[in-house]
Design a binder for this molecule. Structure first.
Ligand code: 4AD
Ligand code: MG
Length: 440
């Protein structure tokens, strides 16, 4: 018998377009089920998972034996005819007629992550492999959609992408969460906490800008919301007020959620996400002041006092009152960063806003209007005991054509955790960095 010709290679995601054709799929064995004289290898290729069917009496004995003996995560190239099969996961299957084993994972050292339950630390230690599982795959595909949607939103609304440095000479968000790096033998620099200060410079050059990159916080918090390295998208706008900032934040969040609903339904289904909660994410977002938030929290039994920041539990309590993201504004100046513009009518509070996700996910966005007055900025730098030399360039922005301006930062991992309905941010990034985890 002549060897069958080599059919064209397709991605599993495109199987529906090749029904009735003979194709090749290059991937890995996800799982194998056997039922009498038929084996059902599940093959994954990064774009999806496809059930194959190998029938003993339709295949040469050695081909059938090879398939039957496959081990989890062995790399394989299978060929066969695609057919619609409503009972198969995904609705299509491959009638297998050939297989090439690229590497067979030996029984003596089997793939460590099996379909049984594993503890979180076990999985985290094997994050480089865990990424192959269906759930992790779904989460990271949703993350990609979030990132794409964020870029599309800003790119189509007149913002210029101007990325900001990671080595920085100064603190943006308080000096207690800085990671210090020795910069050769002549300088001390820090890993950036936020690109905002540089955004303020580029906004004066380009009008509307955004930066999007990794940011770092030496936060000794071991919570479900904290990473030491996380990705933040930060828009900044010249001639903008707190209301302008709120409007962009609301539009962005709605757009991102909408895009995930449009393009990542199957992944949301893998995560068993209640999408009706996401379908609620429409404008207008409810808005309350910090004062009002404190009153609500006290009424719910929280020990919070005016003048202190919300704890994670407070954020969760507040979100009970809303069925969509909501905004809290006008925080006490004393608990916010040095650059926040005071409310002219009540200088003890600032024109800052946080957007909190519903369902207890907490703050996903922080931002507001910045101080544009030179004298006031100098006073704040002094009050916060910040080294003026490191801020000279930033102070310049208030000397040469200063204007009211503002922006915000949205944490990608917090946003993805909420959209996916996860109980921890650690699964929203491929290789999370946390207080007690820097590997793999
Ligand atoms: O509220 P934050 O600290 O604001 C800033 O950094 C501003 N300079 C941003 C700006 O106005 N351009 O951080 C913004 C967001 C938070 O709302 C949260 O989503 C995320 O960044 N974030 C974290 N995400 C994960 N782990 C952490 N440790 C985070 N800290 C902040
Ligand atoms: Mg904040």
């Amino acid at each position: 018998m002549a060897a069958p010709s080599v059919p064209p290679r397709i991605a599993i995601a495109d199987a529906s377009r090749h029904v009735g054709e003979r194709v090749r799929i290059a991937g890995w064995l996800y799982n194998l089920r056997e039922s009498g004289k038929i084996v059902f290898p599940l093959v994954r290729d990064g774009t999806g998972i496809l059930q194959c069917v190998a029938m003993k009496n339709a295949l040469p004995a050695e081909v059938f034996q090879t398939v039957r003996d496959l081990t989890q995560e062995s790399s394989i190239v299978v060929s066969g005819k695609v057919r619609a099969e409503p009972r198969a996961p995904g609705g299509y299957e491959l009638e297998l007629d050939g297989i090439e084993v690229i590497q067979r994972v030996p029984e003596s050292d089997p793939y460590p992550i099996t379909p049984k339950e594993h503890g979180i630390e076990f999985l985290m230690d094997r994050r480089h492999l865990w990424l192959r599982s269906r759930r992790q795959h779904a989460i990271l595909r949703i993350r990609h959609e979030v990132v794409r949607a964020v870029r599309d939103y800003f790119d189509s609304h007149g913002f210029t992408l101007v990325d900001t440095p990671i080595f920085t000479p100064s603190a943006c968000e308080g000096t207690t969460t800085l990671f210090e790096v020795n910069y050769f033998d002549h300088d001390k620099v820090y890993l950036t906490q936020s690109g905002q200060l540089y955004n303020e410079a580029t906004a004066m050059a380009f009008g509307k800008v955004y930066c999007f990159g990794p940011t770092f916080r030496a936060e000794r918090s071991k919570t479900r919301r904290h990473l030491t390295e996380f990705w933040m998208v930060e828009p900044e706008m010249a001639y903008a007020t707190l209301d302008d900032v709120k409007q962009v934040a609301e539009e962005l969040v709605c757009y991102v959620v909408q895009r995930v609903l449009e393009n990542r339904r199957p992944e949301l289904a893998v995560l068993e996400r209640d999408v009706s909660k996401l379908e609620n994410v429409k404008p207008p977002f409810p808005q309350i002041s910090y004062d009002e938030a404190v009153r609500r929290l006290q009424a719910k039994g929280s020990p919070i006092q005016w003048g202190t920041d919300f704890g994670g539990t407070d954020e969760t309590l507040l979100s009970e009152d809303f069925d969509r993201p909501f905004m809290v504004d006008r925080f006490p100046a004393a608990i916010k960063a040095f650059y926040m513009q005071p409310d002219p009518e009540r200088p003890e509070v600032v024109l800052g806003v946080d957007v909190l996700a519903p369902e207890g996910y907490g703050e996903i966005i922080g931002g507001g209007q910045r101080i544009h007055d030179l004298e006031l900025l100098l006073r704040r730098i002094e009050e916060h005991k910040l080294p003026r030399e490191a801020f000279e360039w930033y102070i310049d922005l208030r000397k040469y054509g200063t204007v009211p301006h503002g922006g915000f930062g949205m944490g990608i991992e917090r946003c993805v955790a909420w959209i996916c309905g996860l109980d921890h941010v650690r699964e929203t990034i491929a290789f999370p960095r946390m207080l007690y985890r820097t590997r793999p």
